[in-house]
Design a protein around this ligand. Structure first.
Ligand SMILES: Cc1cc2nc3c(=O)[nH]c(=O)nc-3n(C[C@H](O)[C@H](O)[C@H](O)COP(=O)(O)OP(=O)(O)OC[C@H]3O[C@@H](n4cnc5c(N)ncnc54)[C@H](O)[C@@H]3O)c2cc1C
Length: 480
């Protein structure tokens, strides 16, 4: 460990010391239940929850992470391929109000204040290194290599069906937090016309892509958002013969519509907005399309063998003996490999672990009928979440356990107005979810807490402490 890193460590430890000892677990486990809370996902969200729950005195928390290798947890060393985060460097994240645990504190301890002032945004690999440090100083210890495959409602909480190298197991938990990222929100989206292609020819940006294999090959990328430019840039740097991006939009004008509501009043009060305004806002965001950052476009534009095709819609893809033909109507192109950069679908019905009750989950389409012209199937499939980011029932009384599943992945976007799980969402939403969990567990155990309130507590000091102050009869009585 370098001296500068240990300076960050020392400051973090001091901050943790100054906020006082970690409270003891106050939420007793019911007989036969293994965990108060099971957090599914050991990325930045899982880490922030583990820390926040610990500080709230909610113990018996387990965090499971499907990846066996800690370096592969979260997206930052896997499917994220950008040079720098899109998020402005000064937006706070998992430090949850403790400046000494922030990216800035970590970075300045390593490189100095001037260096921090000089960066415009955070390098992806720096963010990943920072998260590894955050995990260390907050003693984040997920169980790596353990995948949740099924949530089965039980009499108390849930039976969680897990899979690990040791085989399948079942554990029980009262609450579940889904901190499982974009993939946990639904599924990678690949346009229908590509779905029949062989795995040799087709990939999605969410996958591990062997870029070495793309050397000398023609790569077609479907999509024009950040991930499309990132994957094209990575392929070109790896020696692809060419990379062509095919985009339905006629232009890539950068319209960062979410910035229109990036001020504290809008941000903090968003969850309480009327449905119509939430829908309009989500729709505007969706229709404007997410765009790449300037540096992501520049990275691709630096290659003479990169091409951008705007205003084109893929009509069919035909796999020949050694080539793919992509038909866009007015244009036809050949490629060796096509990569879908068409994003993700957010839909509980696509998640195997929710199969027992996906049909019971209330969606936006069940609740809100948009005005003509504002319909959107994809937004309608998003869950209509309640306070604390919980699933709600389509039929009241049919699935009361849903209120114990807290959804902290991008499917919370329409209800809460943020790509939930993103760095800036942690500050607003992790404390709100933890407060709800604390409330639910406390009131579920109210009889226990009422008994605890009424219970004997040891005296702070003995009678002798003030015996010498007493006078008259009281002194005589005390002496007896
Ligand atoms: C290409 C790309 C670029 C992005 N750029 C930014 C950006 O610049 N700024 C920003 O704030 N956000 C960005 N995001 C959003 C990004 O996903 C989040 O900021 C961040 O990854 C969220 O962290 P997370 O822990 O919620 O989810 P993830 O990082 O996705 O981690 C989820 C974890 O859950 C685990 N998991 C999933 N299912 C299971 C299961 N069944 N059992 C056990 N474990 C499971 C996964 O293995 C994974 O480790 C980007 C996303 C993508 C895809």
């Amino acid at each position: 460990m370098t001296e500068t890193t240990s300076a960050a460590d020392a400051a973090a430890r001091e901050a943790l010391r100054l906020i006082g000892p970690t409270p003891e677990n106050w939420a007793p486990l019911p007989a036969g239940v293994d965990h108060n809370v099971a957090v599914v996902g050991g990325g930045q969200t899982g880490a922030a929850f583990a820390f926040a729950l610990k500080r709230a005195g909610v113990g018996a928390v387990t965090v499971i992470e499907a990846e066996a290798d800690p370096a592969r947890a979260g997206i930052w060393r896997r499917s994220a391929r950008m040079g720098k985060l899109r998020t402005p460097k000064n937006l706070v994240g998992p430090e949850l109000g403790l400046p000494q645990l922030s990216f800035q504190a970590w970075y300045e301890a390593r490189h100095g204040r001037e260096a921090y002032a000089a960066i415009d945004r955070i390098a992806r690999t720096d963010w990943s290194d920072y998260l590894a440090w955050y995990a260390r100083v907050t003693e984040f210890a997920p169980r790596y290599g353990v995948r949740l495959v099924r949530i089965e409602p039980a009499e108390t909480g849930f039976r969680l069906h897990l899979q690990s190298a040791a085989g399948p197991t079942v554990e029980t938990a009262r609450k579940v937090i889904l901190a499982n990222g974009f993939l946990g929100a639904g599924a990678p989206f690949t346009p229908e016309v590509l779905r029949g292609l062989s795995a040799e020819r087709l990939a999605h940006t969410s996958e591990d892509i062997d870029f070495e294999r793309l050397k000398g090959r023609r790569v077609a990328v479907i999509g024009g958002a950040a991930a499309a430019f990132d994957v094209a840039g990575t392929a070109l740097e790896a020696g692809a013969a060419e990379a062509r991006l095919f985009v339905r939009r006629p232009a890539l004008a950068n319209l960062p519509v979410s910035r229109a509501r990036a001020y504290p009043g809008a941000y903090d009060n968003y969850p309480a907005l009327p449905d119509a305004l939430k829908w309009r806002s989500a729709l505007r965001f969706r229709r404007s399309g997410s765009t790449a950052t300037v540096d992501a476009v520049e990275r691709v534009a630096a290659f003479s063998n990169a091409r951008l095709h705007l205003g084109v819609t893929l009509l069919s893809a035909t796999e020949g003996a050694d080539v793919l033909t992509l038909d866009f109507g007015m244009e036809r192109h050949v490629a060796d490999v096509v990569i879908s950069a068409a994003g993700y679908a957010a839909d509980p019905a696509l998640r195997p672990e929710l199969a027992d009750f996906a049909g019971d989950i209330l969606r936006w389409r069940d609740v809100y009928a948009p005005p003509a012209g504002d319909e959107d199937e994809s937004l309608g499939a998003h869950p209509y979440l309640g306070a604390g980011h919980v699933y709600q029932e389509r039929q009241p009384g049919a699935a009361p356990f849903l209120k114990d599943i807290h959804v902290f992945n991008p499917s919370a976007f329409v209800s809460f107005g943020l790509p939930v799980g993103d760095v800036p969402s942690l500050k607003r939403d992790v404390p709100a979810v933890v407060a709800q969990i604390s409330r639910d567990l406390f009131f579920a155990d109210l009889a226990h807490h009422a008994e605890r309130f009424a219970g004997d507590v040891p005296a702070d000091f003995p009678h002798e402490l003030y015996a010498s102050l007493l006078h008259g009869d009281a002194k005589a009585l005390a002496a007896e």
